[in-house]
Design a protein around this ligand. Structure first.
Ligand code: F6R
Length: 240
């Protein structure tokens, strides 16, 4: 389902409302989470609900999509720090129940078996929240990633390193990251993808109407039966 909304604020409100509903009704107990600019407002809205006591993450388990390789948990640009700052410190989640791939683990096989083992042990992901890269990536599955790829260490595309360089004081985004694979993402029971702004227009059009091909990793989501795309008018401009 594609829902075009008037503004990024409307996208964030719709997404936060949906996530909160799923948690309150216990239809989602295991969440897959994204970082980046797009979900920031979603986390802000959820955090407000959590602080006001209108929402609880007690009993919820989370798995983030990705982490930069070489960044320890306390690095300010790590996705672990991002999650702590923007969501978890405002919540009652059990710290043992939120997971971000270990950026310091350089062994790809160990990364995969550990992280995917944790997801399976938790019962699988009920709702996976996604953004989309301007190049069509989901997680850090860059163009030409296989649709059946699993959690692994990847090399980031130059455009991704450029897009995320603001987070690093020296402007140098790490060269590699650990990401859930496209195959891993497709196993979530429900997927919610958010796209805002003109910079995402081309990727969104390729995802929805382009070839079903790894040149646009997000096009793989067309293979999933339960995907909702929430976007603003600017991101939808390329869709006829
Ligand atoms: C983040 C992630 C990425 C981002 C994408 C969009 O955990 O996996 O796929 O969702 O790069 O980033 P923003 O939202 O910053 O435009």
């Amino acid at each position: 389902m594609l829902l075009v909304l008037p503004s990024p604020e409307a996208v964030a409100r719709q997404a936060a409302g949906h996530i909160a509903d799923l948690i309150r009704s216990r239809r989602a107990r295991v969440l897959g989470l994204a970082t980046g600019r797009t979900p920031l407002r979603v986390y802000e809205l959820l955090s407000a609900e959590l602080r006001a006591g209108r929402l609880s993450l007690a009993g919820v388990t989370t798995f983030n999509l990705d982490e930069y390789q070489g960044l320890g948990p306390d690095h300010p640009a790590s996705f672990r720090s991002y999650m702590e700052q923007h969501l978890f410190r405002h919540s009652d989640i059990d710290p043992a129940h939120w997971h971000v791939p270990d950026g310091m683990n350089l062994d790809g096989d160990a990364v995969r078996s550990h992280y995917e083992g944790l997801i399976v042990a938790a019962g699988g992901i009920d709702l996976q929240l996604l953004g989309i890269g301007a190049n069509g990536h989901i997680g850090f599955n860059e163009p030409l990633s296989a649709f059946d790829s699993r959690t692994r260490i990847v090399r980031l595309a130059p455009e991704t390193r450029e897009a995320n360089s603001d987070e690093f004081s020296d402007g140098r985004t790490p060269e590699r990251a650990i990401t859930m694979g496209i195959g891993t993402i497709l196993e979530a029971r429900e997927i919610l993808l958010l796209a805002c702004g003109a910079a995402k227009g081309e990727a969104l059009a390729a995802m929805i109407a382009g070839p079903l091909h790894p040149s646009c990793p997000a096009s793989a989501l067309r293979l999933h039966p339960q995907v909702t795309v929430l976007c603003d008018h600017e991101a939808a401009a390329g869709l006829s």
